[in-house]
Design a protein around this ligand. Structure first.
Ligand code: C2E
Ligand code: MG
Ligand code: MG
Length: 555
């Protein structure tokens, strides 16, 4: 019910006509009958006069009863009205205030924005709408539970509120998303910049909650209703301010989080492009547009082909061949990486089953996939389905996987290794793996990132980092693969470092499944029919995996 209507009803109740009518009539009657009865009664008592008429006395008494009744009804009504007012007030508060943080909510933020914009335009001031989002809230909830997550949100709201100027309003728009609006002197954005910097400083202080200390960061997007010193009414609509601040905040997230941006019109195009990519990826998965390509892996000493690394490609209708560096991070973000990777692995296992048994297949696994406790079982089941020997499969994980739940990563790696799959640490040196992790996690191989290998191109033909990684591998008894071998000079330098595997454009660009098949046919390295037949008699290891899977779960 609309607030105005409720108030009207309460106002009517306040002036309840029945009660008022009864009380007024009773008082008039009381005065009328009283003025005739009381003098007669006094006369009867003191001067022996006639006692007042019984009928009049009864009428007087009835009046008294009516006045008492009217008064009581009036009191009851008053109590009822104040109770209803209190309940209505509470309901209004619940509709406008976020119960957890006591900030405004999304609904009331809209009216607060309208009010501030109006007030600021009268005073010739500009309005800034700041969208704030915690950078790792899901992780806080997952690791410490929802009560700690809630406490962090309450504390966050307090810290923001404490920094805001008087005219500002803070709202929690949902989850870990907050927004505030404030006015500032048009053309003097620095005031907002200073405020935002103070917020970053406050949030950088640790959050001490229930005996845990949480470090967190925020990303902020800011939109204004002014272009320089010029006010633009179309920029001042609450929805437009909110949307633009949101786009700017999204840009801050994309640029690495823990930062802020003022909205720029170009951001809108980027967002549109990104949305198109997302929609394209969804369509592409259904249409089977994602295909495995393969890069040769070679024994550097003998120059012999030892296997292939599968690299995903998107054969997009609209964009042609798209690099995994563009679509993998998006697929990870929108929760489609598992589906995408399953499709690719399935196809890669079909392709690799036709290759000579001596050739290995390496696949890249995203950190998100390692969050699935059943990942190892699912992968092993896929091997069984394709009757592909686990010994021929190599799983490449990057150092960023080690930031995930390390216990789970260890158990996945161990399950895979127990069945014969090898595990490589990819792009080694570009992330933050510790020596401790290298020592305790059962890796089978290190892959030196091509950014280090390319240093060998320099006339000196040396790279201190490549040298160091090769010695580290030797010390830890981990074989090494060098990525990005682009020319003979790099190859020569690497060969001088000992027995390594390598890959790179010197041996050819990644190729499609059909191209690899042709290449292998020419080299006589396709599985022969007889070998294929033997392969169909189940590999003893496959039988073992099947038995193990049957014991675990029905996936
Ligand atoms: P990566 O696993 O380190 O793969 C090697 C990348 O280096 C490939 O890029 C490859 O084309 C490129 N490369 C190989 N040799 C040379 C060279 O000599 N010079 C230069 N400049 N580049 C070379 P690509 O295919 O664009 O893949 C990029 C990254 O995307 C991969 O890096 C991998 O991390 C990721 N990726 C690819 N496919 C998949 C996939 O199916 N799943 C997941 N999770 N990630 C994938
Ligand atoms: Mg790789
Ligand atoms: Mg790599």
């Amino acid at each position: 019910m609309a607030d105005a209507e409720v108030n009207k009803q309460l106002g009517n109740a306040d002036r309840d006509l029945v009660a008022l009518g009864i009380a007024t009539a009773a008082i008039i009657l009381f005065v009328a009958t009283g003025s005739s009865v009381v003098p007669k009664a006094i006369d009867a008592v003191f001067s022996d006069g006639h006692a007042p008429d019984h009928l009049l006395i009864n009428a007087l008494l009835l009046n008294v009863v009516l006045i008492i009744f009217g008064w009581r009804r009036y009191r009851e009504l008053q109590a009822e009205i104040s109770e209803r007012r209190r309940a209505e007030g509470l309901a209004r508060e619940l509709a406008e205030i976020d119960p957890l943080t006591s900030c405004l909510n999304r609904r009331s933020m809209k009216s607060a924005t309208e009010a501030l914009c109006e007030d600021a335009s009268i005073r010739g001031r500009a309005v800034a709408y700041c969208m704030i989002d915690l950078d790792n809230f899901k992780q806080i909830n997952d690791m410490h539970g929802h009560s700690v997550g809630d406490a962090v949100l309450v504390e966050l709201a307090k810290r923001i509120e404490a920094q805001l100027p008087k005219d500002a309003s803070l709202a929690r728009l949902g989850g870990d998303e907050f927004a505030f609006i404030t006015s500032y002197e048009a053309g003097n954005r620095d005031r907002v910049d200073d405020l935002v910097v103070r917020l970053f400083e406050q949030i950088a202080l640790p959050f001490e909650q229930e005996e845990v200390t949480i470090d967190t960061t925020i990303s902020i997007g800011v939109a204004t209703d002014h272009d320089g010193t010029e006010f633009h009414s179309e920029l001042a609509a609450p929805n437009s301010l909110m949307q633009r601040a949101d786009i700017a905040m999204y840009t801050a997230k994309k640029q690495g989080k823990n930062r802020y941006f003022w909205f720029e019109p170009t951001m809108e195009n980027e967002l549109r492009f990104r949305n198109e990519l997302e929609a394209g990826i969804r369509r592409g998965i259904t249409a089977g547009e994602f295909v495995p390509y393969y890069e040769q892996q070679v024994d550097l000493e003998s120059g012999e082909l030892v296997g292939f690394e599968m690299l995903a490609r998107w054969r997009s209708d609209q964009m042609g061949i798209v690099s995994p560096e563009i679509f993998i991070p998006i697929a990870e973000e929108i929760g489609l990486i598992t589906q995408l990777s399953d499709q690719l692995m399935d196809q890669a296992l079909v392709d690799a089953s036709a290759w000579d048994e001596s050739l290995t297949l390496s696949i890249n696994i995203s950190p998100i996939q390692l969050r699935d406790p059943w990942f190892a079982q699912k992968l092993l089941k896929l091997l069984v389905t394709h009757n592909f020997p686990a010994q021929r499969l190599e799983v490449e994980i990057t150092e960023s996987c080690l930031h995930e739940n390390i216990g789970m990563v260890r158990s996945i790696i161990t399950s895979l290794r127990n069945q014969g799959v090898s595990i490589s640490l990819d792009d080694f040196g570009t992330g933050y793996s510790s020596l401790e992790q290298l020592r305790t996690l059962p890796f089978d191989r290190l892959k030196i990132d091509r950014s280090f290998v390319s240093e060998l191109k320099e006339p000196s033909g040396t790279s201190k980092i490549v040298d160091a990684i090769v010695s580290l591998g030797r010390g830890l008894n981990l074989p090494i693969t060098a990525e990005g071998i682009e020319d003979e000079a790099i190859l020569k330098a690497l060969k001088a470092m000992g027995k390594l595997k390598g890959q790179g454009y010197l041996y050819g660009q990644p190729e499609s499944g059909e191209q690899v098949r042709e290449r292998l046919a020419l080299a006589g390295k396709l599985m022969t029919n007889s070998a294929n037949a033997t392969n169909n008699i189940q590999d003893p290891n496959t039988v073992e995996i099947e038995a193990m899977l049957a014991k675990t779960v029905n996936l």
